[in-house]
Ligand binder design. Structure first.
Ligand SMILES: *Cc1c(COP(=O)(O)O)cnc(C)c1O
Length: 408
């Protein structure tokens, strides 16, 4: 019998990883407080308002606008910078669909570009090559919490007069050159969906340092109202994206743990870089010196099957799961999704954008394809474990490597 747990051997991992989500009496007390206050609505409540101020301050931004979820946060941010039909917004091809679908919701065209082979983040050269006279903005994603090359992206947006939105759904607490991400460009958006590093099941926020943007985005999220004006005066085209007090109550409690938990994930991520970096055939996601802190929505590494007796990635993942190491699915490249392949994405477009087929749909995306097929993601809650847990992750991989032939 093989030593591998997948084939009946003993599991590497005996002690369980921490569970997610986490809560204690603070969540319970905050919820009860909202209940008994009878102020369940964001407009007259205090919890969501407090949370948006505290979270923005934590991310070193002047303003925070709490939003129903991370997808809506992107939609409101795009509306806040004035994206409209006919515009183009550059987005990475390796991300959750929301990064692109939010652009379609404004009636603009998301232009998909490839990512870097080593960081899996937006490739600045590919961005430059995709800029046209219709390009209005770039949405960057900090994949797995690792900030993209912000120096180059900010320089490009400045030189071309574009806006930059950071889709920071993976990157609560992450830094670039010692500065928290999210408000480095015009705006940053976050998600508090249940897999994210602070959560209320659903939820989101926009942060910014730009007062004019904040005024417009806040108005859009609250039915086009303006602060201090009569309740039934509506100045802008908006909708209702307000976050409830229940979620504000939970998020305030979650926020109190975020810095400690981010510190732990960051330390464990650095330890895994060392331990896994030493394994032939495993290459951790590129961490640049400017990535001074990683909030680690996931720990991502590249798997080279040729160093594992040619065992396919999917089989390798089955084997590490059997050893007790959790795994998170990687994103299919956006251009391969049905919504793009079938042409359904054009439902939101008008004019020539609705009739033409953009060139990015016939382009190869070698790095997005490779990261889908060959990257492995360990979810954030595993990084809340201790050092011994990290050593066990490395042992499990080494064990699979030394018995890889058993899997063929
Ligand atoms: C989670 C996520 C979002 C937003 O998701 P919601 O579920 O709408 O909160 C946006 N972008 C990325 C990259 C995400 O992972």
């Amino acid at each position: 019998m093989s030593a591998l747990a997948l084939l009946g051997g003993t599991r590497t991992k005996t002690k369980a990883f921490p569970t997610w989500p986490q809560y204690d009496d603070t969540e319970r007390e905050n919820l009860l407080e909202v209940l008994e206050s009878r102020k369940w609505w964001r407009t007259e409540g205090t919890k969501t308002k407090q949370f948006e101020q505290d979270f923005a301050a934590y991310q070193q931004a002047a303003y925070g606008i709490a939003i129903t979820n991370g997808t809506h946060a992107l939609e409101v941010a795009l509306a806040g910078i004035g994206i409209r039909p006919g515009d183009e917004v550059i987005v990475p091809n390796s991300t959750f669909v929301a990064t692109a679908s939010s652009v379609l919701f404004t009636g603009a065209l998301p232009v998909l570009v490839d990512v870097e082979a080593d960081s899996f983040n937006l490739d600045p050269d590919a961005v430059e090559a995709a800029i046209t006279e219709r390009t209005k903005a770039i949405i960057v994603v900090h994949l797995g919490g690792m900030a993209a090359n912000m120096d180059r992206l900010l320089e490009i947006t400045k030189r071309h007069g574009l806006k930059l939105i950071e889709d920071s759904a993976h990157a609560h607490g992450s830094e670039w050159r010692g500065q928290k991400i999210g408000a480095l460009g015009t705006a940053g958006t976050f998600s508090f969906q249940s897999s994210k590093t602070i959560t209320a099941g659903e939820g989101g926020i926009i942060i910014s340092n730009d007062a004019a943007f904040e005024r417009m985005a806040r108005s859009v999220h609250d039915s086009g109202r303006l602060p201090g004006e009569w309740f039934y005066s509506h100045y802008n085209s908006g909708s209702n994206y307000r976050l409830s007090e229940w979620q504000g109550a939970i998020l305030l409690a979650q926020l109190a743990r975020l810095d400690d938990q981010t510190g732990r994930r960051n330390r464990n991520g650095l330890l895994l870089d060392q331990l896994l970096g030493d394994i032939d055939g495993i290459t951790p996601q590129l961490r640049r010196p400017e990535n001074t802190r990683n909030g680690h929505y996931a720990y991502i590494f590249h798997y080279d099957r040729t160093k594992f007796a040619n065992v396919p990635t999917a089989r390798f993942i089955e084997a590490i799961k059997a050893e007790g190491i959790p795994n998170q699915a990687t994103y299919p490249p956006l251009h391969k999704l049905d919504v793009f392949q079938s042409g359904a994405y054009k439902q939101r477009l008008s004019g020539d954008q609705a009739s033409a087929t953009p060139s990015f749909l016939s382009q190869p995306f070698p790095n997005s394809e490779k990261s889908y097929a060959e990257a492995v993601w360990i979810p954030q809650y595993a990084l809340l474990g201790d050092e011994a847990d990290m050593h066990e992750i490395a042992s499990a991989i080494l064990k699979i490597q030394s018995h890889a032939r058993d899997l063929c």
